[in-house]
Design a protein around this ligand. Structure first.
Ligand SMILES: O=C(O)CCC(=O)C(=O)O
Length: 282
């Protein structure tokens, strides 16, 4: 058992269940951060990976890329070899662990808008409890610019997502427009919500449930914030349908033909991380 897994105690698990988020300072060795940085460089330079740019016409750039694992050997090494999957498996209490997706959030080049408040779960075609995301920043981040989360919100209403194409107009405009209530304007009424965030030193991580309301602080001039979120799940997660108005994220053509609601979420889109697959053993 490595040190990180030993830190996933019953008390930490209870806190995760209660709050939908836990903070682990000094969780990752600099070697793993270097691997992430090399993976990010590959993605930004020449991987052919599709880059989504939020908030055009601002001084800073806010870029997102999703499912980098498939095109980035560094992210594969990270997820097979580092203690990230073991820690998430320990947190959600599942010996089997699959990767749902991984996502870079990069804010560079000057002032960047905040990441709108949202929950991840409505965007995903799944249900279950043995699931968690790990947010990892390569850069030091003051708490005002960090990922922010509403404690306990994973046990309350599941809202519609925000519409990425309309964030500059109104970050509560719905993604599906049916099936879920519209997101409240959390930013306009911050005092009504139990918001937590941390001052980040590289190596610290935030673990959170995909139904926890969260957003990302804006970044100020001269700063950069490069974050990777890794999303993994265990045995109890099953395929679930979402409103057909808009596809789930990331795109998974064919998934709805292969699985029916309630089926365990097993598909080549979701590589097994634990137990370590045979082809990754030496
Ligand atoms: O880093 C950010 O600003 C947003 C991260 C996020 O929304 C996520 O990891 O799900």
């Amino acid at each position: 058992m490595n040190d990180l897994v030993a830190r996933i105690t019953p008390e930490l698990r209870a806190q995760y269940e209660q709050d939908g988020v836990v903070f682990l300072p000094g969780a990752l060795h600099p070697q793993w951060l270097l691997l992430i940085e090399l993976g990010l460089e590959r993605v930004l330079q020449n991987s052919g990976q599709i880059k989504h740019l939020f908030y055009k016409d601002l001084p800073g750039e806010f870029t997102e890329t999703i499912r980098n694992f498939e095109v980035t050997p560094e992210i594969q090494r990270l997820l097979y070899d580092s203690p990230i999957a073991d820690a998430i498996g320990a947190l959600v209490e599942s010996d089997n662990l699959w990767l749902y997706s991984d996502e870079f959030f990069v804010k560079t080049g000057g002032e960047c808008e905040r990441t709108p408040w949202h929950q991840d779960l409505p965007y995903w075609p799944l249900e279950g409890n043995q699931i968690a995301s790990m947010w990892i920043s390569l850069d030091p981040v003051p708490s005002s610019e960090c990922l922010e989360l509403v404690r306990g919100s994973h046990r309350q209403t599941l809202y519609d997502g925000f519409n990425p194409a309309e964030v500059a107009t109104d970050p509560t405009l719905p993604y599906y427009g049916e099936g879920y209530p519209r997101l409240p304007d959390i930013e306009a009424h911050r005092e009504d919500w139990d918001i937590v965030s941390w001052e980040i030193t590289p190596g610290d991580v935030v673990l959170f449930h995909p139904a926890t309301l969260h957003g990302g602080g804006p970044t100020s001039a001269g700063r950069k914030r490069r974050a990777l979120t890794v999303r993994c799940y265990g045995d109890d997660v099953v395929y679930a349908e979402r409103p057909s108005t808009t596809p789930t994220v990331p795109l998974t053509p064919g998934l709805s033909l292969a699985l029916k609601p309630g089926d365990p979420l097993r598909h080549p889109y979701y590589p097994r991380l634990r137990p370590l697959p045979e082809h990754q053993r030496v």
